[in-house]
Design a protein around this ligand. Structure first.
Ligand code: TRP
Length: 340
């Protein structure tokens, strides 16, 4: 397949908090698998991170950290475009244009906004948090992405993106490709180890909640051995809420080993919860060890990483600016006399 006939993929992760095994299984792992077949754009979405207050020094460090983790997880900068969202100003520009098209009612209905807003003091919630999905739509539509690989929790944002794209296409003529959501078959939704009824989050304060990609082997062991289970003593996949802890551990094991559900259950036939936890620790650490080794090489090579991000921004700009130019023309913004 030639470069141009490849379908495009775009996705991103916020540089807030520490990336977890949930980010790895729900996003990074599938991105790595897709880099051969698609033309891929992967960004670090720093403009999304600032929808809630961020410490400037930490934000900058986290942005590099997330980019380094993309590469450490197996994304090849020679095959895919890795960039920082704020390096491509078209994202903010298209987001504004789409904001003017987005009915408030659509935004008010977003469950992620409602959840996040409920956790904050009402009068301090930024309007950026409400408009978050519109910026995400801009990220995707600028690259005319055919598919967007994300975790299960982003489904509604993808529907919103399609609705907005359709609205624009209807008003101004065919412009945007309608993107499809791409959810991994296993591991799309990894739950908190301390509370298997809520999604594993990278901004959770408690120590026993998540496996972070940069955790030491002993830290991984500690949180997994402490993970909430039940008293039924039965190792099988299940969607009964009481069994969510075991289901989650099995899901982590299954996604990392690429076994089927049946094979996974068979492996633990006649075994106890302690055995399951030990096996999870083993496969997690076996995955994290090479990733962390690669990460520490990259993060210390400042020039290497910044060079990749600079090249990535250049490439991303070409694609993004082409779309933005077309959009501006269609809605009637006056071009500068200088533009070609
Ligand atoms: N909202 C996404 C998340 O929290 C992050 C994101 C921002 C994203 N822009 C995107 C994901 C564009 C895919 C495509 O996971």
């Amino acid at each position: 397949m030639t470069e141009n006939s490849k379908k495009r993929v775009l996705s991103g992760i916020q540089p807030s908090g520490n990336l977890t095994i949930g980010n790895y299984l729900g996003a990074l792992k599938q991105w790595v698998a897709e880099q051969e077949t698609y033309e891929c754009y992967f960004c670090v979405v720093d403009l999304h991170a600032i929808t809630v207050p961020q410490d400037p020094v930490k934000l900058r460090a986290k942005t590099r950290e997330v980019a380094a983790l993309y590469i450490a997880a197996g994304l090849d900068p020679d095959k895919v475009t890795i960039f920082v969202q704020s390096h491509v100003s078209a994202h903010a520009e298209l987001a504004w244009i789409l904001t003017c098209l987005a009915p408030m009612g659509w935004l008010n209905r977003m469950t992620q906004f409602k959840d996040k807003a409920a956790k904050q003091q009402q009068d301090t919630i930024s309007s950026g948090l409400l408009n978050y999905p519109t910026l995400m739509a801009a990220d995707i539509l600028l690259y005319q992405a055919h598919a967007v690989p994300v975790g299960d929790d982003q489904r509604q944002h993808l529907e919103y993106t399609r609705d907005l794209a359709q609205r624009f296409n209807h008003m101004y003529g065919d412009t945007f490709i309608l993107p499809e959501v791409m959810i991994p078959k296993a591991g799309a939704r990894i739950m908190g180890l301390d509370n298997p009824l809520s999604k594993m989050s990278k901004s959770e304060a408690t120590d026993s909640h998540a496996i972070y990609l940069l955790d030491t082997p002993s830290k991984v062991k500690k949180v997994v051995m402490r993970a909430v289970t039940d008293s039924l003593g039965q190792i099988s996949f299940s969607d009964i809420p009481d069994r969510a802890g075991i289901n989650n551990l099995l899901t982590i094991y299954q996604s990392l080993t690429q076994l089927s559900q049946e094979q996974t259950e068979a492996r633990f036939a006649g075994k106890g919860y302690g055995d399951l936890k030990k096996s999870v620790v083993e496969v997690v650490n076996a995955t994290l060890e090479p990733l962390q080794r690669r990460y520490s090489e990259i993060i210390d090579e400042e020039k290497y990483l910044d060079g990749i991000l600079a090249r990535g921004a250049d490439k991303a700009q070409q694609m993004a600016n082409r779309t933005l130019r077309e959009v501006k023309e269609k809605i009637g913004l006056l071009p500068t006399g200088l533009s070609s």
